[in-house]
Design a protein around this ligand. Structure first.
Ligand code: NAG
Ligand code: NAG
Ligand code: NAG
Ligand code: NAG
Ligand code: NAG
Length: 322
């Protein structure tokens, strides 16, 4: 009986999963695609500041991202205005912050939030016609006066002497015949392409998001709209990809629905047959019990011959015989 019960639970769970899964899948996708890169920045500022438990200025802290954003690496560094200006900060992850950074408006302490978007790079920063050779890295500056603050606006920072340099560590080699480029996304979402400084190093005078890419449209010139020389806006939506994923989603939903329905039918059939068996068993048990009672009611050495009549009496059984 224990085993039967267990099997029933498993079957019910599978059937429910088959019905629920396609809906879950449908319900989750839109919430991800409607989250823009700027919303992500705001969310990551909040999660980065949570790493500030009794923070020391000048010490980088790794922060934890929510489970729906796993794959993104996050760190935070708090600096005093004076120390940033006179000393900069050498080696905050891939970033080297030089002396002479000008911060507007004036704040006593500021925090740099570091982001490594990892596998989510092309989702938040889709670049039509380009392939990422490195993850997208972000460096953003905020006021660090209140370490529990959320929805902070970025400060304006600018390197006044030498640029901030970014030495990418996780870079795929460019395919032969292709030239790797640096791409910078400013906070308005405009992409600017520049040459690498050397090896895997890019540089910037402003905060934002950075990566190493190759122009993959150089292979097969496709009839995509030719981008303006500088300040190419990020396409908010890649047509081909979106279409395919939609078709795929519908296919998965239908397959999931059919699987769920089949499992449900199987479950009903199985339950009906097990119910039938159970009734049969109960009927048999009842007969035995009747026999038991009859035996007990014997008088002296003589058995009362009523058994055959009572045994054929229960009509329940015939109702369920197919
Ligand atoms: C991820 O989870 C956090 C907290 O649970 C939520 O605020 C945020 O909107 C979610 N982000 C995405 C992209 O689903
Ligand atoms: C903070 O920076 C400003 C310039 O941005 C400078 O004038 C000021 O002296 C600095 N304050 C401290 C405490 O270092
Ligand atoms: C810091 O920010 C939190 C969250 O916005 C707010 O509740 C709190 O009052 C702020 N503290 C100060 C000292 O401004
Ligand atoms: C973003 O756009 C606003 C208004 O269009 C402009 O004032 C600002 O300078 C831009 N910022 C960057 C980093 O390009
Ligand atoms: C990418 O390559 C295509 C084809 O050679 C060219 O038309 C386009 O201007 C390139 N884009 C950039 C940003 O260099």
């Amino acid at each position: 009986m224990e085993v039967v019960c267990c099997i029933r639970h498993i079957v019910i769970s599978i059937a429910l999963l088959g019905i629920i899964l396609p809906w879950r899948c449908e319900a989750q996708s839109p919430s991800i695609s409607s989250t823009t890169a700027r919303q992500l920045d705001s969310l990551l500022q909040d999660y980065a500041y949570r790493a500030f438990v009794r923070p020391r200025t000048g010490t980088p802290y790794d922060a934890v991202v929510p489970s729906n954003l796993t794959g993104i690496k996050l760190a935070v560094l708090r600096l005093r205005n004076g120390s940033l200006k006179s000393r900069g900060f050498h080696g905050f992850k891939e970033f080297d912050i030089p002396t002479g950074i000008v911060v507007q408006p004036y704040v006593k302490r500021l925090a740099f939030v570091y982001q490594n978007l990892g596998v989510r790079s092309s989702f938040y920063y889709p670049l039509l016609g380009f392939s990422y050779l490195s993850p997208v890295l972000g460096l953003l500056a905020y006021n660090a006066a209140n370490i529990s603050a959320i929805n902070l606006p970025e400060l304006d920072i600018m390197a006044s002497k030498s640029p901030i340099s970014i030495e990418f560590t996780d870079v795929k080699p460019a395919p032969s015949g292709f030239t790797a480029k640096c791409v910078k996304f400013d906070l308005n979402g405009s992409a600017v392409f520049t040459d690498l400084v050397s090896g895997t190093v890019c540089s910037t005078f402003l905060q934002g998001h950075f990566a190493i890419v190759v122009n993959s449209s150089e292979i097969s010139p496709s009839p995509s709209p030719s981008p303006s020389p500088a300040g190419i806006p990020i396409p908010s939506h890649v047509p081909g990809k979106g279409h395919h994923s939609k078709v795929w989603k519908i296919a998965v939903s239908i397959a999931g629905g059919i699987a769920g329905l089949l499992l449900l039918i199987l479950l009903v059939v199985w339950l009906a047959s097990s119910y039938r068996k159970k009734r049969k068993l109960m009927a048999m048990q009842k007969r035995e019990d009747v026999g038991e009672v009859l035996r007990m009611s014997q008088v002296g050495n003589t058995r009362v011959p009523v058994a055959p009549m009572t045994r054929t009496q229960p009509a329940i059984e015939t109702d369920y015989v197919p």
